[in-house]
Design a protein around this ligand. Sequence first.
Ligand SMILES: Nc1ncnc2c1ncn2[C@@H]1O[C@H](COP(=O)(O)OP(=O)(O)OP(=O)(O)O)[C@@H](O)[C@H]1O
Ligand SMILES: [Mg+2]
Length: 394
Amino acid sequence: MSADYLTIDNLRKLIGENIKKVSDAESGGDMKKASALCDTIIGELKLLADLDASDRERYLEIKEEWVKKKASLGSNERMSRSTQKTKNDSGLIDKMENEFRSRIESLISTADTKWSEIGGLDEEKALIREAFFFARATPSANVKVPKLRNMLLFGPPGTGKTSLAKAMSANIDATFFNANGKELVSRYVGDSERLVGALYETARARSPSIIFLDEVENLVLSRDNGNSTSSSVVQQFLSQLDGFGTGDNFVMTVAATNVPWKLDTAILSRFEKKIYVGLPDAKTREKILRINTVDKGFEVGLDLSVLSESTVNFSGRDLAFLCSEAIWHMLRRTNRDAIDRSDSVTPPGSGELKYQVGKITQADFDAALEKVKPVADRGMLERYQDWKEQYAGN
Ligand SMILES: Nc1ncnc2c1ncn2[C@@H]1O[C@H](COP(=O)(O)OP(=O)(O)OP(=O)(O)O)[C@@H](O)[C@H]1O
Ligand SMILES: [Mg+2]
């Protein structure tokens, strides 16, 4: 290991520690200290940019964020002073820390979604699995592999972004934190910054970890003063995404959004991979139709591949709705006396009240197609396409 490598590493660690100190100083209301620490971080980042030429641009960008952060400290000072009294109450802080801890522990979860329950998205599934493999495995030679720690899933509503994350939690051997942008900001107004810090701290302690941040735009939109990157929760999030002070612990952040244009460039530049989860093609639509009918035990009296051709622009969620509409139509058709019989009083679960399950027919789907329309339209899809071309490659 060369001396340079050691210096870079130590410097990164030092920066990580100082970032944490800024956060502590801010929570304690000591803006002077926070501001001085920002200066230190800015100096260290400059040095790091000189030492580590391969990542020079990125460090300089991060440095600029800290210059902005320092400028924002002045404007936040008055507000923080007014909250200082409560924050300095150590009893309250202890209580809050405990609450944070249990709240964060409660985010650890596993779903039982199998990869096969998600129709299509084969490339996306492969990318995620591959990224996690390379991030955790050791290379056979002493090389510096580009980092891949942060991944953004974006695309129209109902295309399987959350489902992909659920499958990750079920199939990848890592501690999985299931967090939601809206919850992170609404539950602890004003303290979300510390919650985000605590989330990453816990994830490092339980490494390897995956933090899934669904509806990430809500976290970023929680601007204290309308100024995007200066809000403290955004700053905290940015520094966690930069991964300073992470050391050997592996924490991968997977964020999801259906409104990627609400994320500003400071956030976007932190995501090494931006994966477009688009609408299903005809073959995938057929699979999803099958998952929601045949795989649930229903008999289907029509060719699903033909039906898939007439559901252009349907998302996975639209198709799931379409199938349940068709199933209900079939049930009504085969149980015309259901409403009259609903008045007959039998103890629930006694098994006396039975109903017929028939075959789902073309007519059931025709009726369903009258009711369920795709959410995505041409304009919406073009917007995703444009955004993708601009920010996520072709
Ligand atoms: N590829 C798919 N295969 C099977 N089912 C799917 C697929 N995509 C979506 N679905 C169905 O649609 C539902 C919603 O999907 P999911 O929650 O993953 O969408 P999303 O992309 O996270 O949407 P949003 O952007 O609105 O959060 C799932 O519960 C599932 O029933
Ligand atoms: Mg979702």
